[in-house]
Design a protein around this ligand. Structure first.
Ligand code: HEM
Length: 287
């Protein structure tokens, strides 16, 4: 209860009950500083301390020779989803937090509209990833855990085999995705109910749907997920603009990545490249 009191603001309901009303807004700064600290420490570590990556060899010259020059990575639908989600996420963050740090504007309408876009795009993504994409590609598997252990041992200077090259998504990406799923679904789950507190086009306003205590806790969970997303989005953007990751970022724009980048970092047995239909010429493929 002590921690909950410290990170929330409370009020007295019309029935004299003490209820939480939302998070304490200093948490915005805590999250932004945590994100900033992470990226400063990471950038210093990479610049001054990290050793060059070493992988167990898994690429054979024959497997390299048959690959196309550009390795397809994200389909057009997957890219469209990513950028629609990103636009709605930034709109949600700015509309939610700018008014709290002093920039007053009529934010609620923009916020629930962006929230609805995010909700629909995530529903679409769950269906698309379950039936059209490789659903399991984004969840940690046994090879990730074994390689993570090898990397920890080597980091500590203990003898261990080098890790294999990565599957389509390295463990760090998978863990990040897990964190964004948890915070994103918490923001969406609470946000959909919070739309009953304001006037939207979807259903009549009904602030009496829950008790004051339940509403209060819902606003607190929404706010905690929201500030968590500040730090997570900062870290995501930081990695996207790091020079050694720019190839990956570009693949989210153009859909494919250079063969050399793929061969350097990924294991063709763990991320099996979709080959262009046989019989197609290079100019067909590049068209
Ligand atoms: C990045 C994701 C999100 C962030 C950072 C965020 C953040 C916030 C914050 C800080 C508030 C103010 C709450 C308060 O005064 O206690 C708020 C209110 C609200 N949010 Fe979100 N939110 C997000 C996603 C969503 C989604 C997905 C929806 C809808 C599906 C949504 C719907 C609402 C509504 C309707 C309110 C207004 C409630 C009111 O004024 O009574 N939010 N949000």
């Amino acid at each position: 209860m002590g921690i909950l009191k410290a990170i929330t603001e409370w009020a007295t309901s019309p029935w004299g009950q003490d209820v939480p009303i939302h998070i304490a807004w200093f948490l915005i700064w805590v999250a932004a500083l945590a994100g900033l600290l992470f990226l400063i420490v990471h950038a210093i570590y990479v610049r001054y301390f990290a050793k060059a990556e070493v992988f167990a060899d898994g690429v054979t010259p024959t497997s390299a020779a048959v690959l196309p020059e550009r390795i397809p990575r994200h389909s057009l639908v997957a890219r469209l989803f990513h950028w629609i989600m990103a636009a709605s996420m930034f709109t949600l963050l700015f509309t939610a937090f700018l008014p709290k740090i002093g920039l007053q504007f009529d934010w609620v309408t923009y916020h629930w509209i962006a929230g609805s876009v995010l909700t629909v795009s995530i529903l679409f993504h769950i269906i698309h990833a379950s039936f059209w994409l490789d659903f399991w590609a984004i969840w940690p598997d046994k090879a990730d855990l074994i390689d993570a252990w090898r990397r920890v041992c080597r980091f500590m200077g203990r003898p261990a085999q080098p890790p294999r090259r990565f599957a389509k998504y390295p463990l760090e990406n998978k863990l990040y995705h897990g964190a964004i799923v948890a915070t994103g679904l918490a923001a969406i789950g609470t946000g959909v109910f919070m739309m009953f507190r304001v006037r939207t086009i979807f259903f009549p306003r009904n602030p009496y749907l829950f008790s004051d205590m339940t509403w209060g806790l819902m606003y607190v969970l929404h706010g905690l997920a929201g500030v968590g997303l500040i730090a997570l989005v900062m870290v995501h953007v930081y990695f996207a603009v790091r020079p050694e990751k720019v190839d990956i970022t570009k693949s989210m724009v153009f859909g494919s990545m250079r063969r050399e980048f793929y061969l350097k970092h990924y294991d063709p047995q763990r991320w099996i490249v979709e080959m262009p239909p046989s019989g197609s010429t290079r100019s067909d493929r590049e068209a």
